[in-house]
Design a protein around this ligand. Structure first.
Ligand code: OFO
Length: 165
C-alpha cells in the first residue's frame, strides 16, 4: 500500500503525462495546418506514446491499492512562431518532465518507498531518451536553417522517424 502523499504525487504525474499527450496532439494540428505532414505524423505518434506513459502510472497506482484520479488538464499552447520554436518548446517541456520525475524518485527514495523508486526507473531512462530525441531535432533544424527547402527535408526526416518507431 502506497503512502497517501506518494499517491497524490503519482496522480499529479498522471495528469502531467496527459498534458504532454494533449500538447503534442495540439502541436500536430499546428504542423498539419502549416503543411508539415511529417512533423504532424511524428507529433501524433508521440502523443500516443505519452498516453502510454500515463497508463503505466495509472496501472501502477491502481495495482498498489491507490486510486488514480484524473483531474482537470490545462489547455496546451496552440500557436508557435516557427517549426524551430515548436520543437524548442517540446525540449523545454521534456526538461520539465525530467525534473518532475526526479522529484518523484527523490520522494520515493527518501520515504523508503523502494517499490515506487524501482517503478520510476523506467521513467528516468525514458526521460533520458525523450530529451535526447527532442534535442537532436532542435539541433538539426538549427543546423540546416529555416528556409523552405531545409524545412522540407526536416519534415521528410520527421516522417521517417515516425515510420521507424
Ligand atoms: Fe515525453 O515523456 Fe512523458 O511526459
Amino acid at each position: 500500500m502506497l503512502a497517501t502523499a506518494m499517491i497524490e504525487k503519482l496522480n499529479e504525474q498522471i495528469n502531467m503525462e496527459f498534458f504532454s499527450s494533449n500538447l503534442y496532439l495540439q502541436m500536430s494540428a499546428w504542423c498539419e495546418d502549416k503543411g508539415f505532414e511529417g512533423a504532424a505524423h511524428f507529433m501524433r505518434q508521440h502523443a500516443d506514446e505519452e498516453m502510454g506513459h500515463m497508463r503505466r502510472l495509472f496501472t501502477y497506482v491502481s495495482e498498489t491499492g491507490g486510486m488514480p484520479l484524473l483531474g482537470a488538464i490545462a489547455a496546451p499552447r496552440t500557436e508557435f512562431s516557427s517549426l524551430l520554436a515548436l520543437f524548442e518548446y517540446t525540449y523545454e517541456h521534456e526538461q520539465l518532465i525530467t525534473r518532475k520525475i526526479n522529484e518523484l524518485a527523490h520522494t520515493a527514495f527518501s520515504t523508503q518507498d523502494y517499490s515506487t523508486f524501482h517503478f520510476l526507473q523506467w521513467y528516468v531512462a525514458e526521460q533520458h531518451e525523450e530529451e535526447k530525441l527532442f534535442k537532436s531535432i532542435v539541433d538539426k533544424i538549427r543546423l540546416v536553417g529555416e528556409d523552405g527547402k531545409a524545412l522540407f527535408f526536416i519534415d521528410k526526416d520527421l516522417q521517417q522517424l515516425a515510420n521507424s518507431s
